[in-house]
Design a protein around this ligand. Structure first.
Ligand SMILES: [Fe+2]
Length: 135
């Protein structure tokens, strides 16, 4: 499971709220796996996670564009990678069903990535935006 904490704040309320929702959707996947909800259900819940992830990354990228954030191109690439990782997990569930190793995969590919991304990469743009206000 993944838990939001104040130290993960990027200093922008809307983004923090979206990160919390993203964590909730990651936890929904864990929950469904723990409860052994079956291949179709887990596939569906992974779809909800993917959907929200795409929305959230889109919002973030729009914000960074607005502030003319110089590291936006690299940031977009990292977002693409994460969406692809979700798609890979989805495909795996569709083709091979749900195995015990899915929890390890979720922890490594979703939880570790998100914590690392938010605490290093997202916080960096948070500081940039604070230092370069446009309103
Ligand atoms: Fe990001």
């Amino acid at each position: 499971m993944i838990k939001w904490r104040q130290s993960l704040s990027v200093g922008i309320d809307v983004i923090d709220e979206e990160h919390k929702e993203l964590f909730k959707r990651v936890n929904d996947v864990f929950d469904a796996c723990m409860k052994q909800q079956g291949q179709e259900k887990i596939y569906e819940i992974l779809g909800f996670l993917k959907e929200y992830t795409v929305k959230h990354f889109g919002d973030e990228e729009k914000l960074l564009e607005k502030y003319k954030y110089p590291e936006l191109p690299q940031h977009k690439k990292l977002h693409e990678k994460f969406v692809n990782d979700i798609k890979e997990i989805e495909d795996d569930v569709k083709e091979n069903g749900v195995s015990v190793s899915i929890i390890t995969t979720l922890n490594r590919k979703l939880v570790d990535w998100l914590i690392n991304h938010i605490s290093k990469v997202d916080k960096k743009y948070g500081e940039y935006i604070k230092a370069h206000p446009i309103d």
